[in-house]
Write a protein that binds this ligand. Structure first.
Ligand SMILES: [Fe+2]
Length: 135
């Protein structure tokens, strides 16, 4: 599977959030790399857990900015974040239980979710935050 290519198009215009997104994308790319080589599922499980923890922390920061600045799309963002949390919690459980194979569905989901979420949903707050001096 192709990795996520980070470029300027991924920048949401807020330094904190960009660097958090970058770290998460790096971890997702590590997982994609692991999906191509036969890496022990325990290592995959650890990386998946790490990515999930980074994501939780990131959602907290992002949602706090939205609340602080009264971002109107906050409910939609919160809903997407919650769906992601639920889905990855299931994935983490699944990976821990099935010690041998990790389904490719996990990697596809992570890649598509982050790419679509950053480029579509998060991109909507770029101008909103920038106009209010948050960069
Ligand atoms: Fe988001």
């Amino acid at each position: 599977m192709e990795k996520i290519m980070w470029g300027e198009t991924f920048s949401v215009g807020v330094r904190d959030l960009d660097s958090q997104h970058k770290q998460i994308v790096m971890l997702v790319n590590t997982l994609i790399e692991m999906s191509d080589t036969r890496v022990d599922s325990e290592i995959i499980s650890d990386t998946l857990t790490k990515m999930t923890q980074y994501a939780m922390n990131h959602f907290k920061t992002e949602e706090q900015y939205m609340l602080d600045y009264g971002y109107p799309e906050y409910p939609a963002q919160r809903k997407q974040h919650q769906e992601f949390k639920k889905r990855t919690a299931d994935f983490c459980m699944e990976t821990m239980l099935h010690k041998v194979t990790v389904s490719a569905e996990i990697f596809t989901y992570l890649k598509l979710w982050w790419t679509n979420h950053i480029l579509q949903e998060d991109m909507k707050y770029k101008k909103f935050f920038n106009d209010r001096g948050l960069r």
